[in-house]
Design a protein around this ligand. Sequence first.
Ligand code: F6P
Length: 550
Amino acid sequence: MEKPVYSDPIWTLLKEQHAFLSAIHMRDLFDKEKDRFKQYSLTIDNILIDFSKNILNQETLSLLVKLATQAGLDKAIQDMFQGKRINATENRAVLHHALRMPENSKLVVEGQDIIPLINQTRNKMINFSEQIRNGIWLGSTQKKIKHIVNIGIGGSDLGPKMVVEALAAYVDPILDFHFVSNVDVHDLGRVLEKINPENTIFIVVSKTFTTQETLLNAKTAWAWLYKYLGDHKLVSKHFIAVTCDVNAAVKFGISDENIFQFWEWVGGRYSLWSAVGLIIMCAIGKKSFMDFLAGAYAMDQHFQSAPFTKNAPVLLALLGIWYINFFDYKSQAILPYHNNLRYLPAYLQQADMESNGKSVDQQGNYISYNTAPVIWGEPGTNGQHAFYQLLHQGTQIIPADFIGFAQGNFSEYGHQEILLSHFFAQTRAMMIGKTENEVKLELEETILSNREKEMILPHKIFYGNRPTNTILCSALTPYNLGMLIALYEQKIFSQGIIWNIYSFDQWGVELGKKLAGKILENLQQQKIPKDYDSSTQGLIEFYYKNLSKN
Ligand code: F6P
């Protein structure tokens, strides 16, 4: 798309729509359109997506869909699925979706069918994970493996950690899974305290195998094992690598047969479907892992074939654009009503903010419209007792995705009904609010004096009209989770296309890394740098002064 998106006449019409709908409360939209739920919801397999509690009507929807069409989303989807090099700033194709295609598919990219490559690595993963799960894969002192420690950061940590936690009901209870990401040694230290060198393996996950945090954590883990085993050859039996750079892993000391490869065309934050998911397969086994891939594949099929008006990722993308670009709502909450999804907000934070947190368009121009929102969230009902006050009555309006499941894993003691009662109540409360009259009637029933009633009245009013999407699934199964993650991935992709930005690079993480390298040299030599700004210099001086206190 050569023309900036905001110069499109549809953008102007959407601005007019915004002005029109700003004067209408969602309550009135529900009153007017009695079948609103039917009009603004869709079901894919076992997932219902209800977007009726949004500030929109059919006119808005049709304009938003036109915006997507105008932006060339159709062609962009085709380009991605065909393996065109759409990640232009890194000159790479974007093919994480190929990792979830059925084994017998074919996908020829630049003259090579990549499915056999994928199958080969996946078979190696299956073989390895089965050996671990069946107690056949032994440590250097012939002990069965009990602890699996994933060392990685960003996309090499957040996805596997989120899925292993989410699918706890499917995880082999004989094994213990740990995740270390932070270069702060308290992270690794916390894990080392709990494990035994003889029955532990470390999976070092790094696409580039150059990431400072991961390599240092891996080296420290190696030294910890060496202290116990006293022989580097024995230590290497406890180390597995997952990377695109096999040579770098070999150089590190990991033996060839313990290296699982993936490819440059898998972005770090989209990599859990690849060998990066090795710990997931060890945790949930081959069958559940394949179900997980199948769920994502089903969502990909839907994304490629459904018309935009009925296309879940596209609709979620358009709603996001509607709020951030026209209402200026710059943040988006992800609120899973399943405690095992507690890492989902952090996972989506990277997926969304690292992909679309850009301010230059595909032609290299600075852009004047908002791109990715700030993504954050917590599971319900915990969040209700913490930050929902702001969601209901704060001055900022934060569109929220509520994600819930009909079935819980344990049905006793009524937890699930209570959880879901809150799940349903919250989106209704955010939409409907509580009017002045309703509060007055409520206060009449109390013994408060008239003065007290008057004083309390404004504080008890909820304006409502706060937008939410509800994603309700049958259960938190591997298949449904695969669908859910792919839904968000494709939403993020669609938004990137409409905003005309490159969603698959992450140049914004480079500068801090470079400066840290320079500052590290100063710190190692205890030098006070004279060419930094006074703030950085002052902070470093304070650090030196406090180094030897306590
Ligand atoms: O610094 C950001 C980043 O490059 C992420 O995009 C990536 O997921 C993470 O670091 C880890 O990178 P790697 O897998 O190469 O260690």
